[in-house]
Design a protein around this ligand. Structure first.
Ligand SMILES: NC(=O)c1ccc[n+]([C@@H]2O[C@H](COP(=O)([O-])OP(=O)(O)OC[C@H]3O[C@@H](n4cnc5c(N)ncnc54)[C@H](O)[C@@H]3O)[C@@H](O)[C@H]2O)c1
Length: 257
C-alpha cells in the first residue's frame, strides 16, 4: 500500500500506534501533519520521519486545535486526504462506582469529544474538495474492542469507545455521498505504553496481569503495534473504496466470542 503525495493528519502521533503509523505512512510516500499533547515527544517523532512533515502540539479536547491542524494541512500541502483520529487515554481499571467522576469526564472529553471535534473540522474540508474535484478522502477513528463489547473495570472507557463507533457509523451515513469514508479500527490490548504502563504497575506483577488480560482472547496474546497499524493503512487506503461505517477488529478474536 503506497500513499505517495497523500496528506495524512494523525493525532496522538507521539504515542505507540500514532508514531509507528506516522513512520509507515511516511515511508510509503505520505505528507504528514502530526499532533500530540506532548510537544517534546511529538517533535522527536516528527524529526525522525523520512518524508515531508509538519507538526503542531495541541489538545484534542480543544475544538480550535483541530481547526488549526486542518488549516496547517491546507496551507502546507493544499489538501487533506486522510485523517487518523488516534489520540486517547484510559483510566485505571476499577468498577463503575469506584471510578473517579473527574477522571471519567476526562476520558469522555479526550476519547469521545476529541473525535467529535476532529470530525467537525475534517469533514467539511474533505467533502468540499470532493464536490469541487471529485477526490475522495478517508477518516480512520481509533476506537477499541471496548467499543464493541462490554469491558468490565473499564466502563467509562468502553462508553467513550462505543461513542466513537456511533460517531463513525453516523458520519459514514452522512458523508457516503460526499466522498468521505469513515471507519473505525478496534484494537484489543496491544503493546504500547497505554498497556505496558498498566502491566508494569500491576500489584500481581506483569506476567500475572498479562495472563489475566489474555485469558479471554482466542489467540491468547496481546497485539503488536504493527498488527494495528496495518489495519489503519488498509482502512485509509484509496483502493479500499467501498468500505465505510465499518469497524475493523484487530483483537486476536476478543470481540468474536
Ligand atoms: N494500546 C492498546 O492496548 C489500545 C487498545 C485499544 C485501543 N487503543 C486506542 O489506541 C489509541 C492510541 O493509543 P496508544 O495505545 O498508542 O497509547 P499511547 O498512550 O502510546 O498514545 C496515546 C497518545 O495520545 C496522546 N494524547 C493523550 N491525550 C491527549 C490529548 N488530550 N490531546 C492530544 N493528544 C493526547 C498522548 O500524549 C500519546 O502520545 C487510543 O485512542 C487508545 O484508546 C489502544
Amino acid at each position: 500500500m503506497r500513499f505517495d503525495g497523500k496528506t495524512v493528519l494523525l493525532s496522538g502521533a507521539a504515542g505507540g500506534f500514532g508514531s509507528r503509523a506516522a513512520e509507515v505512512f511516511s515511508e510509503r510516500g505520505a505528507l504528514l501533519v502530526l499532533s500530540d499533547l506532548d510537544g517534546d515527544a511529538l517533535q522527536a517523532v516528527a524529526e525522525a520521519m523520512p518524508g515531508d512533515v509538519v507538526w503542531l502540539a495541541g489538545d484534542v479536547r480543544d475544538p480550535a486545535s483541530h481547526d488549526a491542524l486542518v488549516d496547517l494541512a491546507l496551507s502546507k500541502y493544499g489538501r487533506l486526504d486522510i485523517a487518523v483520529n488516534n489520540a486517547g487515554i484510559v483510566c485505571p481499571m476499577q468498577r463503575i462506582p469506584e471510578t473517579d467522576p473527574a477522571l471519567a469526564r476526562q476520558v469522555i472529553d479526550v476519547d469521545l469529544m476529541g473525535v467529535f471535534y476532529a470530525l467537525q473540522a475534517q469533514l467539511p474540508v474533505m467533502s468540499a474538495r470532493f464536490a469541487e474535484e471529485g477526490t475522495p478522502a478517508a477518516i480512520v477513528n481509533i476506537a477499541s474492542a471496548a467499543g464493541l463489547v462490554g469491558s468490565p473495570f473499564l466502563g467509562i472507557y468502553a462508553a467513550a469507545k462505543h461513542g466513537v463507533i456511533g460517531l463513525t457509523r453516523s458520519a459514514a451515513a452522512e458523508y457516503g455521498r460526499k466522498g468521505v469514508r469513515i471507519n473505525a479500527v478496534c484494537p484489543s490490548f496491544a503493546n504500547t505504553a497505554m498497556l505496558t504502563d498498566y502491566l508494569d504497575a500491576a500489584p500481581a506483577g506483569r506476567e500475572a496481569a498479562e495472563t489475566a488480560l489474555t485469558r479471554g482472547i482466542p489467540m491468547g496474546r496481546i497485539g503488536q503495534v504493527d498488527e494495528v497499524v496495518q489495519a489503519i493503512l488498509f482502512a485509509a487506503h484509496a483502493d479500499n473504496s467501498f468500505m465505510t461505517g465499518e469497524t475493523l477488529s484487530v483483537d486476536g478474536g476478543l470481540a468474536a466470542v
